[in-house]
Design a protein around this ligand. Structure first.
Ligand code: GDP
Ligand code: IMO
Ligand code: MG
Length: 428
């Protein structure tokens, strides 16, 4: 009986979905705890690609329960579309998917507010996914939000209209044109659909299942450097993406948490604006983007690329209490002669391994340690013991610096492409 957490250690898109899907059978329940349709988690099973936005990444497993927790924000339209798409692939989410009544709803006007706010920022855009995430979390903390459970109320339309009126007043401060007609029609149709799903008091459900001896995997969205408190503020998302977010976002006590599995790419990417100390605006960066197919799973935007950033990873490991690391996309670096690893930041002539408070406003010169590339196709290996010494040198260097074991190596997008250093201890 335990809860393990799996989350991103960088700026999102680390490959969380793929690893959750691979590990899912070791658990009884997979639970998303924060974020919303800003997430895009990709699974590749038998050559078929599926991108999930709100539905947890255990959904392809027939016998598992998947829960959208109270910490998630839900766009009914996106969720309905996602469930419909899964149906065309032969996946009936039916009893497999439960939704917390306490999860907040993204309204059509939240999406308009997101777009209007971004547009007004001009040069200083956050690079939001425009899914209405920030206005929805603002309404949650401002105590104005609409929750999934509210759709069961006889006066749902009345509550909706009150919030909508507030939003329309707010929108008058922006010079932003919009039309709500189609958005609202689609939204209310989707609400009718959501009403037919399994809406539950997920905190009771999860704690009851835990006391019956069930195992839960909490699936994070985004990444630590996008966390509202500890990320590169203000260029962050609006939720706590870190391990503590799983307790808030599911109603599970910290004492229940066992493993915290941190995911990192063998290099680094970021979508949207904000500081990225190891960013490569050169041919190497372009090469990583092309070979790694680094284009957003949600918005299709090209991802910014760079070398792996160990000061940022170390920070993420401390904040999350990471107990083991999974490294993904090392296969993208298969043909590189040398691999650069950022060990320190040089700021104003001084070296540091700490992330400065004003990272957004200072010039950071990354200090690199160079390692030999492995020049081998990692996709050919089926066990950890087979990988070449040059690749092991890279892993050992990271493990020493980070003080944490790298227990999993992902060598391709496909479900089965995962090598284990040792069996996970928390689950049978
Ligand atoms: P997530 O948001 O963390 O779930 O990650 P995304 O799905 O947004 O982005 C990760 C991308 O890399 C997806 O296209 C995955 O199919 C792909 N991917 C995941 N792991 C690997 C890997 O080890 N190697 C390669 N080549 N691709 C991977
Ligand atoms: P997954 O779960 C990468 C980024 C956006 C933007 C900032 C704020 O797939 O890893 P928001 O729409 O949340 O207000 O945008 O956060 N962002 C992500 N980047 N992966 C994600 O999710 C992201 N979700 C949000 O690009 O810079
Ligand atoms: Mg993603």
């Amino acid at each position: 009986m335990a809860v393990d957490i799996l989350l991103g250690l960088q700026w999102g898109d680390e490959g969380k979905g793929k690893i959750v899907d691979h590990l899912a059978n070791k658990y009884d329940i997979i639970a998303r705890f924060q974020g919303g349709p800003n997430a895009g988690h990709t699974l590749v099973i038998d050559g078929v690609k599926t991108v999930l936005h709100t539905v947890p990444s255990g959904i392809m497993h027939e016998k598992l329960v998947n829960i959208i927790g109270n910490g998630v924000v839900i766009d009914p339209v996106t969720l309905k579309r996602e469930i419909d798409t899964l149906k065309t692939k032969g996946i009936d989410t039916g009893k497999r998917l439960l939704i917390s009544k306490k999860a907040h709803l993204i309204l059509p006007t939240h999406k308009v507010l997101d777009a209007a706010s971004e547009s007004a920022k001009g040069q200083n855009k956050i690079g939001s996914t425009l899914r209405g995430i920030s206005p929805t979390y603002m309404d949650k903390t401002g105590r104005n939000g609409l929750r999934v459970g509210d759709i069961l109320s006889a006066d749902f339309k009345g509550i909706y209209n009150k919030i909508k009126e507030k939003h329309l007043k707010l929108l008058t401060i922006y010079d932003y044109e919009f039309s709500l007609e189609n958005l609202e029609k689609e939204w209310f149709e989707a609400i009718d659909f959501i009403r037919s799903l399994n809406l539950v008091d997920s905190e009771y459900y999860l704690n009851n299942e835990l006391s019956k001896g069930k195992n839960i995997l909490a699936e994070g969205a985004q990444g630590t450097m996008l966390d509202i408190d500890f990320g590169t503020y203000p260029f962050v998302t609006s939720s706590n993406t870190i391990s503590s977010g799983a307790c808030n976002g599911l109603g599970i006590a910290p004492t229940r948490i066992k493993e915290v599995i941190g995911i990192t790419k063998a290099y680094c990417t970021r979508v949207g604006s904000g500081p990225f100390p190891t960013e490569l605006n050169d041919e190497t960066g372009e090469r990583i983007r092309e070979v790694g197919n680094e284009f957003g799973a949600t918005t299709g935007r090209p991802r910014r690329t760079g070398w792996i950033d160990l000061p940022a990873l170390k920070y993420a490991i401390i904040i999350n209490g990471v107990t083991q690391i999974a490294i993904t996309k090392a296969d993208i670096l298969n043909d590189f002669e040398t691999i650069e690893v950022c060990t320190d930041y040089e700021i104003g002539g001084k070296r540091t391994r700490e992330i400065p408070f004003d990272l957004c406003n200072v010039e950071v010169k990354p200090v690199y340690h160079q390692l030999a590339g492995w020049k081998t196709d990692l996709r050919n290996f089926s066990t950890y013991d087979e990988v070449p010494q040059t690749f092991l040198n890279f892993l050992t260097y990271l493990e020493k610096y980070l003080g944490t074991d790298i227990t999993m190596i992902s060598t391709g997008p496909e479900r089965e492409k995962l090598l284990f250093k040792k069996a996970m201890e928390s689950v049978s």
